[in-house]
Write a protein that binds this ligand. Sequence first.
Ligand SMILES: Nc1ncnc2c1ncn2[C@@H]1O[C@H](COP(=O)(O)OP(=O)(O)OP(=O)(O)O)[C@@H](O)[C@H]1O
Ligand SMILES: [Mg+2]
Length: 243
Amino acid sequence: MSDVRVPLVRAEGVSKVYGTGALRTPVLHSVSLEVRAGELTLLMGPSGSGKTTLISIVAGLQRASEGRVELCGEDLSRMSESQVARVRRARLGFVFQTYNLFPALTALDNVAHVLRMKGASPREADATAREALTRVGLGDRAGHRPGELSGGQKQRVAIARALAGRPSLVIGDEVTAALDSHTGIAVMELLRAHVGPATGVLLVTHDHRLEAFADRVVEIEDGRVVGDRAGSFRATREEAGAA
Ligand SMILES: Nc1ncnc2c1ncn2[C@@H]1O[C@H](COP(=O)(O)OP(=O)(O)OP(=O)(O)O)[C@@H](O)[C@H]1O
Ligand SMILES: [Mg+2]
């Protein structure tokens, strides 16, 4: 079990420069970010401000140029690629802006695959995957391949895949962008339900309506954190409790 006192993410002084010479592009400038268990954190900012870059560094999908990143207390900056992959597999569910499903696999196998990688038996993996697809409203699409699904359905398969392994942290990049508002709310409720004493969610979004589901909103502009404030989820609950 995770130690709830250790933040799920602790990034300190993270800088990122893409390219060299004439193509040198500094994208992140000494960014620090903490993501805590028990919270749904939003990362908001204009297009090109470095959101996808930051979460991919936090997830160990690429390296920072400078700085230090801990995921569930483990210092990724000091690990080999295979050690990083192990931490990622054990701790993280990641939903990409572009879904990243395996095109040759059915929706069911896309989800079951990660569960098998985590050590589930084929039968266990299939049952859990089916349940996860049902929770995102795709129980009847389990046998379809990504090419036979709409953008929003692919997005929901990716969300089912991220949630199915019950990771400590789910990170999502614009997970509601391809969804209509009804489906978007259902997906946000599922992500919200993932938040527990030892688990949390970090979501990149442009959509201010998602603040209603968030405990915290971190704002980034031109590769710098410019704001860190409370979301409206707690306030809403407390108001509801007081009423
Ligand atoms: N692999 C790369 N090589 C060079 N530059 C890159 C690379 N990836 C991203 N960039 C640049 O880094 C900057 C930040 O990109 P990033 O994708 O992190 O932005 P973002 O905040 O996620 O934007 P959006 O909201 O449009 O998804 C952009 O200026 C982009 O052009
Ligand atoms: Mg992006």
